[in-house]
Ligand binder design. Structure first.
Ligand SMILES: C[S@@+](CC[C@H](N)C(=O)[O-])C[C@H]1O[C@@H](n2cnc3c(N)ncnc32)[C@H](O)[C@@H]1O
Length: 271
């Protein structure tokens, strides 16, 4: 079992900082022109990116393929108009659509197995969105063959108190690119003490998709999204990247809008 099997520990250790939340809400206001009225996180985890938008009159929806994450989201969003469903981000089995904001940050989309699956996910999101809505998509832009950023350590926390009891700390590292798949190997070490139901040592490893500039452009053209802005998440202040998606831009947030050109879902998926 990996870190996603322990939603309270995950939510305690991996959550957006206040300044990231404020930046993201600012981009939404700028590009939407108003506060969002219906927000979807298609890989919602413990609802850390739904909570900032939770307000009276706002409809929220989250999908995740980990039952514990959905249970946690139900608890966190109790009292709000929220539809939280166990499912896959490619299918998004929701009763209602018409979202004016889709938030898919933290490279969650990179958990999908390949570009065809990402295209399926984007198409489904587009179907569920209102015209003029926004999608925020977090991913890593990397040219095949180029070296990765040299640091082994991607993210780590100090020992932190976990609500409900105990302490936990996590280290996320990169073990480079798997030459067989072209995906980045992420290694996680989670250490806990006295957290009910959680082992003291959890070692986890998974692969994440990396996206070249050309792959992103092809995916967006195929699925019918326009790029409004690209924000660099590895640079202080999250500046807008001049010229849109640039080669080896690293961690970025793409601010997307469904285009006005109809996309034929029967068109061939990207190989
Ligand atoms: C990096 S976490 C982000 C969670 C959440 N968006 C947040 O802000 O905290 C990625 C999440 O994606 C979920 N996930 C992975 N593959 C998925 C899939 N194919 N469909 C739906 N959820 C998936 C994991 O269970 C995990 O909760």
């Amino acid at each position: 079992m990996g870190i996603y099997s322990y939603p309270i520990v995950y939510a305690t250790l991996v959550k957006p900082e206040r300044r990231v939340i404020e930046a993201v809400k600012g981009w939404v206001r700028t590009h939407l022109g108003h506060e969002p009225r219906a927000v979807l996180d298609p890989a919602c985890g413990p609802a850390k990116w739904l909570e900032p938008f939770a307000a009276k009159g706002v409809r929220l929806a989250g999908v995740d393929n980990e039952p514990g994450m959905i249970a946690r989201s139900v608890e966190v969003l109790r009292g709000h108009d929220a539809e939280l469903v166990l499912g896959d981000m490619r299918e998004l089995p929701l009763a209602r659509g018409e979202f004016d904001l889709v938030v898919n940050l933290y490279s969650s989309v990179a958990h999908l197995p390949d570009l065809a699956a990402v295209a399926q996910h984007l198409r489904r999101c587009r179907e569920l969105m209102r015209p003029g809505g926004l999608m925020l998509l977090g991913l890593t832009v990397h040219t095949p063959g180029a070296p990765l950023a040299p640091e082994d350590s991607l993210y780590e926390t100090p020992a932190t108190r976990v609500p409900g009891g105990g302490m936990a700390a996590v280290h996320y590292g990169t073990a480079g690119i798997n030459p067989a798949t072209g995906r980045e190997i992420i290694r996680i070490l989670l250490l806990t003490r006295d957290v009910p139901g959680v082992p003291e040592v959890v070692e986890d490893s998974y692969e994440l998709l990396l996206f070249s500039k050309a792959e992103i452009e092809a995916l967006l053209a195929e699925t019918g999204f326009d790029v409004l802005e690209v924000r660099s998440m590895s640079t202080p202040g999250y500046p807008a990247a001049a010229g849109g998606v640039t080669t080896n831009a690293g961690d970025v947030t793409l601010i997307l809008r469904p285009g006005t050109v109809a996309v034929d879902p029967a068109e061939g998926a990207i190989a």
